[in-house]
Design a binder for this molecule. Sequence first.
Ligand code: ATP
Ligand code: MG
Length: 461
Amino acid sequence: MFTKNKNNKAQTTTLDIYKIPRDQHSISRKDIDENALKVLYRLHNAGFRALLVGGGVRDLLLGLKPKDFDITTNATPEEVKALFRNCRLIGRRFRLAHILFGREVIEVATFRGHHDDKDAQDIQKVKQSQEGMLLRDNVYGSLEEDAERRDFTVNALYYDIADFSLYDFCGGMSDLAERKLTLIGDPEVRYREDPVRMMRAIRFAGKLDLTISDQCAEPIRRLAPLLQDIPAARHFDEVIKLLLSGQGLKTYRLLKEYKLLQMLFPILFKDGEDDNANAIIEQALIDSDARIAQGKRVTPAYIYAVMLWYPLEQRVHAISFESGMDDHDAFLLAMNEVLSIQVKTIAIPKRFTATIRDIWMLQLRLPRFGGKRAQRVYHHIKFRAAFDFLSLRAQIEQSSELAELTAWWQEYQEHNKLPEHNYSRNTSNKATEVKPEHKNPSKKRKYSSSKRKTKAINNND
Ligand code: ATP
Ligand code: MG
C-alpha cells in the first residue's frame, strides 16, 4: 500500500494526502493528558516527530475518556531515554520507553517498520516462530510503515503535536464512523503474527460497541488454538483488560462465541455447557460491571474464584468417588489441581491464587458457625468476598439452604457492625458479637447446591 522509506524527514509531501487538518477534526489539546502533552512537546522541541496514537486518539474521536495515552516517535528508545530522566526502557519482544509521572506511565514507542530479509537475519531485531508468530519486533521505520504494523484501522490514527492535524493512513476514520473493527492487512497473517490480536478484537468490540468486520471475524474460531502459544503471563494482563474494564459480560459472551474462552479456561465447560457455571459467571460480571461504573474496585481473584467454582466442584466429586477420600481432603486436592491447570494458560500471580483459595475454603467454613466459629470466620480478611460469593451461589442455585445461610450471615453482620475499613482488619477488633436468634442452619451443611446433592463436608474447623 505504501512505499518503503526509512527517511522520516523526507516524507512530508507524500504524507499530506493522509492528513486531516486541525479544523476538520474534533481533537483538542485540552482533552489530552497533561503529562502526555509534556512528553509530546519535549520530543518535538528536541527535533523529533511526536504523535499521539492508539486508544488515546480513537477514544477521543468516539467522545470517550481515554484509559491511557500512547505516543509514537522517530526517536529511538535510547534517544527517548536521553531526553527524560524519568524514563525506563522495557520489553524485549517489543522495546518501548516508559516515562513515569508518579503512578502514571506514558508509553513511547519508536515507529515500527517492515522486516526485510536483512532484518530477518538479525535476531536482536526480529524473531519469528515456525507458525509465523513474531517473537521479537524491533525494526524501526517511518510513520506510514508504523501505521501498517498496528492492529486495527481505528488504532492507527495519529495526532501530530507539530500542527495538531490527524493522520489516517488506513481508513480508520471511516471505520470509526461506521463503528467497524477492521484489521490492517491480511487477517490470517496478522493473527498468526500475534494471536493476542484475536483477543484484542473481542476487547474493542465489547468495550467500544464496534462490529468486528466479517473478514476479521472469520479466522478467529479457526485460529483460536494459537492462543496456546502465548506466554501465560501475557494472558493474565489481557484477561484483566477483557473482563474487568467495565464491559465484562459482553466481552465474556463474545469470547465464548468466538471459542477463545475455552483456550483461556480449558477446564471450564470441558464436558459441555454448564448452566450453573455460565449463570454464576454472567451474574458476577454484571455485578463487577456495575461496580466499575460506580468507580468501585474489583479484584481479579473474585472473578477467577467464580469462574472456576463449578469445575472445582466437579473435581471434588470425581476425586472422592474415585479415591474414597473424604470431601474435605478431596476439596483440598481438587483446589490444587484446578489452580495448577489454570495457571498453565493464565499466570495468575500467587497473591491472587491465595485469595481464590481463601474464598473457596471459606465456603466450607461459612456453614459452620457454632461456638466461636462465626466470630473467627467473620474476622477473616476475605470474609466479605466469601460472603458475596455465597450470596451469588444462593441466587444461582436457587437453593433454600444457601439462601437461609446467606440470610443468617447478613443478620450477623448487621448485629456486629465493624468500622468502615472492616474487611481488611484483624481479629483484635472488639465489636460485640450478637448471634441471630433463629436456628443454626448449618447442621450437615452442604458446601454446594442442594440440586447437586453434594455430600456434607466433614470440616474439622
Ligand atoms: P486501550 O484503550 O485499552 O489502551 P489501545 O488501543 O490504546 O487500547 P494499547 O494496548 O494501549 O491499546 O496499545 C496502543 C496501540 O499500540 C494500539 O492502539 C495499537 O495501535 C498498537 N498495538 C497494541 N498492541 C498491538 C498488537 N498486538 N499488534 C499491533 N498493534 C498493537
Ligand atoms: Mg492505550
